[in-house]
Design a protein around this ligand. Structure first.
Ligand SMILES: [Zn+2]
Length: 422
């Protein structure tokens, strides 16, 4: 943090507070937090003039693989199993420089489109962390593990993850955890080792779960249980666990996830693009109180890291599938993209604009043609169904300005044009 206070004056604030209030107000940011929300014009070391702009919490993207951004356009039109085979092969040959540059590229895209927090699942998270420090984005970095005989990582994946979690803290913006690629590469023993590490360091766990029908039927055939049933039998489901996908889950499985407090990251675009057939049963999850947030997944399977697109596509997919336009209304989608993302990663004072909450804030240009007319009555709808990343003017993360007047301040994307990504 550079210690400068920032006043954001004159904007229309989408608070995401309990009443979902939207009103004209001025904000003061000091030491990484929002310290004042006021009708009075406020003074800070830096002033952002927000007349004609919406001021809202930044987005929390709860599933990504930042180091895969350079794979956009290279893994299209194939299913997950062909996709994974190809990425495992590409991963085996990568350099630290390539991981760093690719991660930084993802972060440039995320910050630019208003994502202030992301969750990452990969090996080499120490390198992803260096890129996160450079970019100034807030992150939860999960070192991915799988059975040692199946990995391309050097050394034992669980020991690698533990070493990463134990290493000296570098920034308040970074949280470290342990990941699992999926049941298809994880023995019962791996689950208990990962649980032990997570408990020892009070760390969160992130994994892919029940993404495809093939994953479910292979698991049934080989281990006699569906993936969620397997995790329940291993005492692995808990509120410490955030799972990505959960497309192919039955109602009994949802009951055990709800009981355990497990959280879901919904990656509708990636699931649809990989032709996974089903649509995650989100209304049933919400009815059971399962916390659901949104994930972009990587640029390999989504091709963009764009939460506006995620909110709109995810909502439309369920409306269409259920023959019910009232499903997944705009406010529900905005909640998933902001506060639910933060809460799922343990940041209960984020994704909201109130005094004392994290200063992860974005401003959106309401004078752009696609946002006219905007008023408090239709603003949330416009953000979910009409907005795009070009509308993002300013981005603050932990009180630091990382995008100002449509320009990134920590990363020069042009420096990445000719970069080595391998
Ligand atoms: Zn993924």
């Amino acid at each position: 943090m550079n210690g400068e206070s920032v006043a954001i004056n004159g904007g229309t604030v989408i608070t995401q507070d309990q009443r979902r209030s939207i009103f004209r107000a001025n904000l003061l940011v000091e030491d990484g937090l929002i310290t004042r929300v006021s009708q009075e014009r406020l003074h800070g070391d830096v002033e952002i003039r927000a007349e004609g702009k919406a001021v809202m919490p930044g987005f929390g993207n709860t599933h990504c693989h930042a180091a895969m951004s350079h794979l956009k356009g290279k893994l299209d039109d194939m299913d997950l199993h062909a996709f994974l085979e190809k990425t495992f092969d590409l991963d085996a040959r990568r350099t630290e420089e390539g991981l760093y540059n690719s991660s930084l590229l993802s972060m440039a895209e995320m910050i630019s489109s208003g994502i202030t927090l992301f969750s990452d699942l990969y090996y080499g998270e120490d390198v992803v962390e260096k890129a996160a420090l450079k970019s100034g984005i807030r992150s939860a970095l999960f070192w991915n593990t799988l059975d040692e005989n199946l990995t391309t990582q050097k050394g034992n994946p669980v020991r690698n993850a533990e070493k990463f979690i134990r290493s000296d803290r570098t920034s308040d913006l970074i949280q470290r955890g342990i990941g699992i690629q999926g049941v298809y590469v994880a023995s019962d023993d791996l689950f208990s080792q990962v649980n032990e590490v997570a408990e020892r360091y009070s760390a969160l766990i992130h994994m892919h779960l029940s993404e495809t029908r093939k994953e479910v039927y292979d698991c049934l055939r080989e281990r006699g249980k569906r993936p969620v049933e397997l995790l329940a039998s291993l005492n692995f489901l808990s509120s410490r666990v955030i799972v990505a996908h959960s497309v192919w889950v039955n109602m009994n499985e949802l009951n055990s996830m709800a009981k355990a407090g497990t959280k879901v990251s919904w990656n509708a675009i990636s699931n649809a693009k990989l032709g996974e057939g089903g649509v995650a049963p989100i209304p049933e999850m919400l009815r059971r109180g399962i916390p659901v947030s949104l994930g972009t997944d990587s640029n390999g399977s989504n091709n963009s890291l764009n939460m506006f697109e995620c909110m709109k596509f995810s909502s439309l997919q369920v409306k269409g599938q259920r023959w019910d336009a009232s499903q997944m209304d705009a406010q529900t989608m905005l909640d998933m993209a902001t506060m639910e993302g933060y809460r799922s990663l343990g940041l209960t004072n984020g994704g909201i604009i109130t005094e004392g909450s994290l200063a992860d804030i974005i401003t959106l240009d309401l004078k752009a043609p696609n946002m006219i007319p905007s008023s408090p009555d239709n603003l949330v709808q416009n953000i979910v169904y009409s907005a795009n990343p070009e509308n993002v003017c300013d981005v603050l993360i932990g009180g630091n300005i990382v995008k100002r007047n449509h320009k990134l301040t920590t990363i020069d994307p042009r420096s990445l044009i000719e970069a080595n990504f391998v």
